[in-house]
Design a protein around this ligand. Structure first.
Ligand code: ARG
Length: 452
């Protein structure tokens, strides 16, 4: 028995293994919703231009909506022999409504259909990921607000957190920008050359909320660079989450103890009873590699393809879906976990006091009293050497000891340069770590999120 869809030309049935090997329904059924929305818009347009009657259009739309309900109720029987999501749905439609179902594919090919479906799907996913990013960004800002004067190295913990926020805002911007190029409609390109019917592409595009139609039919059915661009943006999100993970893993380690991750985000060790593992950040750091791999798969998939649609393109789906699932899962975990981090304020403060973190402030103090910066650098270097020798921080040396290196050092040095508070408060400009600046940055950040 030959295939119902193209049986006309074939003299023998597709080999069973080949049918299974070339099928995509196992993974492309994931965008049944977009496929149905695209078909409804297509049928609506065909009726508008007179290719379908209004009755046929309504039968198609009702049939498709029923099929959608069947799928969502888990009652739809996906058939491998029908190859992909498109033919499964179309075949079921004809089974339900008869001849009108066979007319749905007029002026259309699976080539422009699948290209349209993926774009609709990626567009929806971009919106979902943007929502998750926003949740995480606001979570970071919330934690930042509570830590604008929590001192860590010579910066505040809040200043460090809001650096994470900046990375993630660029990620949102990239997604928003790439969404514009996703948002063009291939439908109407048919197999590769366009179609002979008097179609109204602009109308279909409007029905599907596409910003514009794809300009060239050959390009429209073959191009997947929007998926690559999305995956590149996803890779950068993962790279940022991985860097944040790395910092959290370090900060929660027994050696640092800067922050505590609540138990609900951690797991234990089956051998070491004392262990509490930061599994979520470690896993996200690990998962970053697979999203990079997905990007490499898509780039390689496209590089050798001549115009127009080639079956190679069916291979775009699994890497793309994997990248989407991974980025969504990782963002979901972080959006819950980051606001729940508990900073260990005392331990961070103590760490900030070590390592002569105010040495630059002492040099700046000298410069403000007339010393050239290079000379000031030299003077402070000598003071640090004394501190190292005596195992004392600069603030623990006596005024007499400090004055050996420069008589411009006065009693006000301790309060003006050598305390952590003086050090951070002095960095009082846009982008600086002064608590007042971080507080102002948080306010601007909320406004920037509104405007994205
Ligand atoms: N399942 C195919 C895909 O995912 C649909 C397009 C089929 N077109 C074709 N010329 N074989 O790309």
């Amino acid at each position: 028995q030959t295939s119902g869809m193209w049986g006309g030309r074939f003299s023998e049935a597709t080999d069973a293994f080949v049918a299974e090997f070339t099928a995509s329904v196992q993974f492309d059924q994931r965008f049944y919703k977009q496929d149905i929305a695209g078909s409804i818009a297509h049928a609506t347009m065909l009726a508008k231009v007179g290719v379908l009657t209004e009755q046929e259009r309504d039968d198609i739309i009702n049939g498709l909506n029923t099929i959608k309900a069947e799928i969502e109720a888990g009652q739809f029987e996906w058939r491998i022999d029908l190859e992909d999501v498109h033919m499964n749905i179309e075949s079921r439609l004809t089974q339900r409504i008869g001849i009108a179902g066979k007319k749905l594919h007029t002026g259309r090919s699976r080539n422009d259909q699948v290209a349209t479906d993926i774009r609709l799907y990626v567009r929806d996913e971009i919106d979902a990921i943007l929502t998750l990013l926003e949740k995480l960004q606001k979570g970071i800002l919330g934690l930042t607000s509570k830590n604008t004067d929590t001192l860590a190295q010579p910066v505040t913990f809040g200043h460090h957190l809001i650096a994470w926020f900046e990375m993630l805002v660029r990620d949102s911007e990239r997604l928003i920008d790439s969404r514009k190029r996703v948002n063009r409609m291939p439908l109407g390109s048919a197999a590769l050359a366009g179609t002979t019917y008097p179609i109204d592409r602009a109308y279909t595009a409007e029905l599907l909320n596409f910003e514009a139609v794809a300009e060239n039919s050959l390009d429209a059915v073959s191009d997947r660079d929007f998926a690559i661009e999305f995956n590149a943006a996803a890779s950068l999100i993962m790279m940022h989450l991985s860097r944040m993970s790395e910092e959290m893993i370090l900060w929660t380690s027994a050696q640092f103890k800067f922050v505590n991750i609540p138990d609900r985000f951690c797991t234990g060790s089956s051998i070491m009873p004392q262990k509490k593992n930061p599994d979520v950040p470690e896993l996200i750091r690990g998962k970053t590699g697979r999203v990079y791999g997905d990007l490499m798969s898509l780039l390689t998939l496209m590089k050798g393809q001549p115009l127009a649609y080639n079956k190679d393109n069916q291979e775009d789906k699994e890497p793309l879906f994997d990248a989407i699932d991974t980025v969504r899962g990782s963002l979901m975990a972080f959006a819950d976990m980051i606001p729940a981090l508990v900073p260990n304020i005392e331990i961070m403060r103590e760490a900030a006091l070590r390592g002569f973190s105010t040495a630059t402030d002492l040099a700046d103090y000298l410069v403000k009293n007339g010393v050239a910066f290079r000379d000031a650098h030299e003077i402070v270097g000598k003071a640090v050497a004394l501190g190292v020798q005596e195992s004392k921080d600069l603030s623990e040396l006596s005024l007499e000891q400090l004055q050996q290196f420069s008589d411009l050092i006065q009693a006000d040095v301790f309060e003006k340069a050598l305390t952590l508070e003086a050090s951070v408060n002095a960095r009082n400009h846009i982008g600086g770590t002064a608590p007042a600046q971080v507080a102002a940055a948080i306010e601007r950040a909320y406004i920037r999120l509104e405007k994205l």
